[in-house]
Design a protein around this ligand. Structure first.
Ligand code: MG
Length: 208
């Protein structure tokens, strides 16, 4: 490890750092009486995955972005200790989330509650939500100007975008909705945080 050269690491929040979709399954069961096993959630489209009507999905979307729900998510096993180690080693952790702007305060409160050692918090309109037209939510085009040394994502589409457009090595956190075969020289699939190691390649981020 080259501790003199802090790497800039993109870390997604939902289902990489926080156990979001695990919690969704419980909420859908409680609210709509619909049962879904985590391993059956093979679509990134939650409406489809949970078999919700449009009306149910709008209610669900509002519900899961309420502060008390956002704050209730548990951290993904192993994530906090790896991030703490990286921070101690001098790396810069940028939490990059596609959550809507309305989730900003609760997201920051969650990061503080779990003492996540992040250097930056970025909201990106990953899923083209028009309600996100705010100066504090950047577009994917703006994200392309960022330089990262590594990214950890669970969205297959975002992983491909990062690997192709930012040419960043991506760790794809294995989830049922991204399980479709993906052969990309810049993308490596892992099933746990313990498998994520920083590659020893030279830091390409220019600290200046
Ligand atoms: Mg995610």
């Amino acid at each position: 490890m080259d501790s003199a050269c802090g790497k800039r690491i993109y870390v997604d929040m939902d289902d990489v750092l926080s156990r979001t979709t695990d919690t969704y399954a419980q909420i859908v069961a409680q609210e709509f009486g619909k049962q879904a096993l985590f391993e059956d959630l093979v679509s990134f489209d939650l409406k489809k995955s949970f078999g919700l009507t449009d009306k149910e999905f709008h209610h669900f979307f509002d519900l899961v972005h309420q502060p008390e729900v956002l704050l209730s998510y548990e951290p993904v096993e192993g994530s906090l200790s790896v991030l703490s180690r990286w921070a101690e080693q001098g790396h810069h952790i940028d939490i990059v989330t596609g959550r809507p702007f309305s989730a900003r305060e609760a997201s920051l409160a969650w990061l503080d509650a779990y003492k996540v050692p992040y250097a930056a918090f970025t909201m990106v309109d990953k899923y083209n939500r028009t309600a996100n037209v705010r100066s504090t939510v950047i577009t994917k085009d703006q994200l392309m100007h960022r330089r990262y040394d590594m990214a950890v994502e669970d969205s297959r589409e975002m992983a491909i975008f990062l690997a192709d457009r930012l040419t960043v090595p991506v760790i794809l956190y294995d989830r049922p909705w991204n399980a479709q075969f993906l052969d990309h020289k810049n993308i490596r699939r892992v099933c746990s945080w313990q498998e994520i190691t920083l590659s020893p390649h030279t830091c390409r981020h220019n600290p200046g």
